[in-house]
Design a protein around this ligand. Structure first.
Ligand code: MTE
Ligand code: MO
Length: 422
């Protein structure tokens, strides 16, 4: 039985109450610093982490110097320290996102890690004994598993809060390309944790990256890390060392990263160097003031920490593309959901008045995406919008508007994709 939603929300509610009472530890960040950050967030609606991305949105796209792989403009749109996949570049690529087109989300920059010297240290008061270290070879010697899964940033689609709903949000203004699907090969995190000897009282694990410490508004948040409930860690999380049949590339967390199926991308810690196993709930800025929903529609303390991704669809076409009148073309795209497999996709080529079923090209599978297509012969010249709307196996369909939150997470509304028929 996979980790179920009711358990997730029970876990989160408990953690939120503990956080509000101040009874939990903030995992390395001073509580006063966190409160300072929360105050800044409330006043300015921003933690400053999205500043570079905002600059990119206003047309001053700089290079992304911290990324090692080539970032040709036909494949990527640069946003600060990040590179967004251009959906149009996925047309004809098959079910997996090639590494040369897979988005990169770096809080700082890609570190160069010597695989032979790399070690994973598992430690903490949730272990039955002392710390246990694993070399790369030891991780590779464990029984391997392979799964095809998306990694998607919680802020994917964020720019549409502003452009489609007129709402201010902070953070990197992604369109829909902060997602990729790869075939990941690795060890089960549960095998590593069992070898390390988890004690019956353990509740949380905290994987931490080896990339540089993150500084926001003059506050050093430390290394990127986000707690996971032990139930999820023992369920289906991978310690991946291969991506699409190749050794895991540096930009995607090589030599070893977590891949946390269906959860927000921040859960899938890259360049993992150590994992704390704790008998007490753990906190980091990445599950307290970030990656929760804040705003008038949410609890004053913010929502529970984000877990699963939501439901989305995207056309494999440039935003604002010019399409020739009277010529039949195949509109193609992809839909995905963090809750369940996508079972139906409908497309409208007239701004949302009439809808037709798209043909699905992949079997519906959890944690992945489906490719789809519909033929279209434009009959009227001028500007119009293409819409794609997915439904998943829970019965949920993409809504017309997404519930606003100040940091622009989990956009799930149908996107109006502008095109001009010429
Ligand atoms: N150590 C570390 N892990 C990290 C990050 C990071 O900056 N440092 N970014 C996270 C975020 S926000 C996302 S969306 C995914 C992106 O994975 P990718 O760059 O391989 O696409 O990695 C996550 N893991
Ligand atoms: Mo992310």
């Amino acid at each position: 039985m996979p980790f179920d939603l009711s358990d997730e929300s029970r876990y989160d509610r408990t953690r939120l109450r503990q956080w509000a009472r101040g009874s939990a530890r903030s995992a390395g960040v001073d509580r006063r610093d966190l409160l300072k950050l929360l105050a800044v967030g409330a006043a300015a609606g921003s933690l400053g982490l999205g500043a570079a991305g905002t600059a990119a949105a206003s047309g001053t796209a700089a290079a992304a110097p911290g990324i090692l792989k080539p970032l040709p403009p036909e494949f990527f749109t640069l946003r600060g320290t990040n590179a967004e996949t251009n959906f149009a570049a996925l047309r004809g690529t098959g079910p997996l996102t090639p590494v040369d087109r897979f988005f990169v989300r770096n809080h700082t920059s890609t570190p160069r890690i010597d695989t032979a010297a790399w070690r994973l240290e598992v430690w903490g008061d949730g272990l039955a004994g002392g710390p246990v270290g694993f070399s790369y070879e030891q991780v590779r010697a464990l029984r391997p598993v392979e799964r095809t899964l998306f990694i998607e940033c919680a802020g994917n689609g964020r720019s549409f809060y502003a452009t489609q709903q007129g709402q201010a949000v902070t953070g990197t203004p992604w369109t829909l390309g902060a997602i990729g699907v790869a075939r990941w090969r690795g060890a089960r995190l549960s095998d590593v944790l069992r070898l390390a000897g988890v004690s019956p009282g353990a509740v949380d694990v905290l994987p931490r990256g080896l990339d540089d410490e993150v500084v926001a508004n003059g506050v050093n948040l430390g290394r990127v890390r986000r707690p996971l409930p032990l139930e999820k860690a023992l369920d289906d999380v991978l310690l991946a060392y291969e991506m699409n049949g190749q050794p895991l590339p540096a930009d995607h967390g090589g030599p070893v990263r977590l891949v946390v199926p269906e959860w927000v991308g921040i859960s899938s810690i890259k360049w993992v160097g150590d994992i704390e196993v704790s008998s007490r709930p753990l906190y980091s800025p990445w599950n307290t003031d970030m990656y929760r929903l804040f705003g008038p529609e949410h609890p004053a303390q913010g929502s529970a920490p984000l877990a699963r991704q939501t439901l989305k669809s995207a056309f494999e076409l440039e935003l604002g593309a010019a399409v020739p009148l009277h010529r039949t073309r195949l509109l193609t795209g992809r839909s995905w959901s963090g809750a369940a497999a996508v079972t139906r996709v409908e497309v409208s080529t007239d701004g949302g008045r009439r809808w037709q079923r798209a043909r699905l090209h992949d079997a519906a599978r959890r944690g992945g995406w489906v490719r789809w297509s519909v033929p279209w012969t434009p009959r009227t010249a001028g500007a119009t919008a293409l819409l794609a709307r997915a439904t998943d196996a829970t019965g949920r369909t993409q809504p017309e508007t997404s519930v606003h939150n100040t940091q622009g997470y989990l956009f799930d509304a149908v996107v109006r994709h502008p095109v001009t028929v010429v």
